[in-house]
Design a protein around this ligand. Structure first.
Ligand SMILES: [Zn+2]
Length: 65
């Protein structure tokens, strides 16, 4: 049984499993791409911030100095 091979989930290239510190990716680059994907998904907040309705408009002009 020779070295196992894996398919990089990022670039779909075959890469060796043994002696591969980046598995299941083929290289550090692909690993970072994957990390970036997770990070950017984390960044997304469900329900985007909408513009704040101008509720504080109007009766605030009383006696301000
Ligand atoms: Zn790759």
């Amino acid at each position: 049984m020779k070295g196992r091979k894996i398919k990089c989930p990022i670039c779909k290239k075959e890469a060796g499993w043994d002696h591969n510190p980046f598995r299941p990716f083929c290289s550090e680059r692909c690993r970072l791409i994957d990390l970036g994907k997770w990070a950017s998904e984390d960044y997304r907040i469900p329900g985007e911030k909408k513009d704040i309705p101008d509720a504080e408009q109007g009766e605030k002009n009383e006696t301000e100095k």
